[in-house]
Design a protein around this ligand. Structure first.
Ligand code: LAG
Ligand code: CA
Length: 478
């Protein structure tokens, strides 16, 4: 269950946080497919409780497994999956089955379901008190039983060891597989027992061959397990039967680009750093949680901090490096933790508009539409199945490496100019740097790099340039 089933020639997953199904379908056809993105992580599809002012986090409080949310209806979801698959882009659903809602008076759902939450009654599923763990708060991360059998922030905790609960979850997962999704993100996996999860995943159907999956293909499963070390529960309890979110990845890179470590140390980046085996790891710089509660993590807000956009540098490194399954966070702008996504006066989501330079409007950040990001997705595709070669560094924060003879990247994390003659391993010729510009109709709108007969080139990234990265690859040759 660790194969993403990306369509050949595609790579990179983008989390289109809080996007509507119809808009994701358009994005697959107009942008993600043509740019070669591999897949989309979509927001939860199951019905959630409606919370005053509509914070984004209401979607992590399920009230039934009906497909009815602010992102759209079942029909719209189904149509989106079909259209994205046709565009060569896979869909991965964020599934929430550790818990249902917290306590709410007169709980009402986005699909019309009601619940008596105080009495653990969810007629929309239906679940009753019998299906939940006895209520207790999670307050001791040194105790695996407390973390897995008690309530995460007061959210009523389902008992996945019960046959009836397993059956409801498996039915829900099977229905999303039927319509053609390629896999799912398991929310709060750390708060469930690995042996229960293993049983649940094993009962889920093979992928639907009508959507161009090979027969017998298993869904891609990636599990949300936050493990920074020092707790009772470890990521290694989960990676034998599915992939796992590797939270240390973003912290380490953020620290380095925030000046708390040096980039030269990343020459052996990967398992040697205590990260999961590459094929087991979903990697990302920020996600929808860390961009809200972790000031040390780079987010879109960090881009204004320095002249060089440091989030973009971290994402460029991630996409240039072969380690892990790369996921890009695509955000809406927010000022506070609870802030709702762009919405109208009656709570309907407002979708992004698309500007002529490909960026988004209406309060959406759309990091995946930044030139430095989508061009590095293309770099990752061009460099597929190659290793890191010819590592170079200046002993501090200027680094460079190539990927086989398919790509070459240089990063200037120091406050002074990067000026070096380096071996690129690319074929001789003139290349367009895809960070400072685009290659359009054989014209480069950014810097060019000349690779000589020996594969060497003069690489320059001045300290006062907007971008601290230079990247060229076999598809950016003039
Ligand atoms: C996750 N991964 O394991 C999600 O990535 C994360 O966004 C979810 O929390 C969490 N697990 C549970 O699915 C989010 C917010 C929480 C929010 C929760 C439920 O980060 O803050 O809790 O969704 O909506 C909220 C309030 C709490 C309150 C709770 C129950 O913030 O103060 O206790 O609801 O009413
Ligand atoms: Ca639990």
């Amino acid at each position: 269950q660790k194969d993403l089933h990306y369509v050949p020639g595609h790579n990179g997953m983008v989390h289109l946080f809080e996007w509507k199904w119809g808009k994701i379908a358009e994005e697959c056809e107009n942008f993600l497919g043509p740019m070669g993105f591999g897949g989309v992580q979509v927001s939860p599809i199951q019905e959630n409780v409606i919370i005053k002012n509509r914070p984004w986090w209401e979607r992590y409080q399920p009230i039934s497994y009906k497909w009815a949310t602010r992102s759209g209806t079942a029909k719209e979801f189904k149509d989106m999956v079909r259209r994205c698959n046709n565009a060569g882009v896979r869909i991965y659903v964020d599934v929430v089955f550790n818990h249902m809602t917290g306590n709410h008076k007169n709980a009402k759902g986005t699909g019309g379901s009601t619940a008596d939450t105080q009495n653990f009654n969810y007629p929309g599923v239906p679940y009753s008190g019998f299906d939940f763990h006895v209520s207790c708060p999670i307050n001791n991360y040194q105790d695996a039983g407390n973390v897995r059998n008690c309530e995460l922030s007061g959210l009523h905790d389902l008992d996945q060891s019960k046959e009836y609960v397993r059956e409801k979850i498996v039915n829900f997962l099977n229905k999303i597989i039927d319509v053609g999704v390629a896999g799912y993100r398991v929310d709060a996996a750390k708060h469930m027992w690995p042996e229960d999860l293993k049983v649940i995943y094993s009962r889920v159907k093979n992928l639907n061959p009508e959507h161009n999956f090979p027969s017998g293909a298993r869904p891609y499963v990636f599990q949300e397990v936050i493990d920074y070390g020092g707790e009772a529960i470890s990521k290694y309890e989960y990676n034998s039967f599915g992939a796992v979110t590797e939270f240390r990845y973003g912290i380490e890179l953020s620290n380095a680009l925030n000046g708390k470590n040096q980039l030269k140390w990343f020459s052996n980046w990967g398992e040697a750093w205590g990260l999961l085996p590459s094929q087991d790891a979903v990697v990302f710089i920020d996600n929808h949680d860390t961009q809200r509660g972790h000031p040390e993590i780079l987010t879109y807000k960090s881009s204004k901090k320095y002249k060089a956009m440091i989030l973009q540098m971290a994402v460029a490194f991630m996409l240039a490096h072969p380690y892990g399954t790369a996921r890009i966070m695509s955000s809406f702008a927010f000022d506070s933790f609870d802030a709702n996504p762009p919405q109208d006066s009656i709570g309907n989501l407002i979708s992004p508009t698309i500007n002529s330079d490909k960026t988004c409007g209406n309060g959406w950040i759309c990091e995946h539409r930044w030139r430095q990001v989508y061009n590095m997705v293309r770099f990752r595709i061009a460099a597929n199945n190659t290793d890191v070669n010819n590592w170079w560094d200046n002993g501090q924060n200027q680094i460079a490496f190539s990927r086989g003879n398919a790509g070459f990247i240089a990063i200037n994390g120091d406050g002074h100019d990067f000026k070096q003659h380096l071996y690129t391993s690319l074929q001789p010729g003139i290349y367009c740097d895809v960070i400072s510009g685009n290659l359009e109709n054989n014209v480069c709108t950014g810097k060019t790099v000349t690779v000589d007969q020996n594969g060497k080139a003069y690489i320059e990234i001045l300290a006062n340039e907007e971008d601290g990265v230079l990247a060229i690859h076999r598809q950016s040759k003039l």
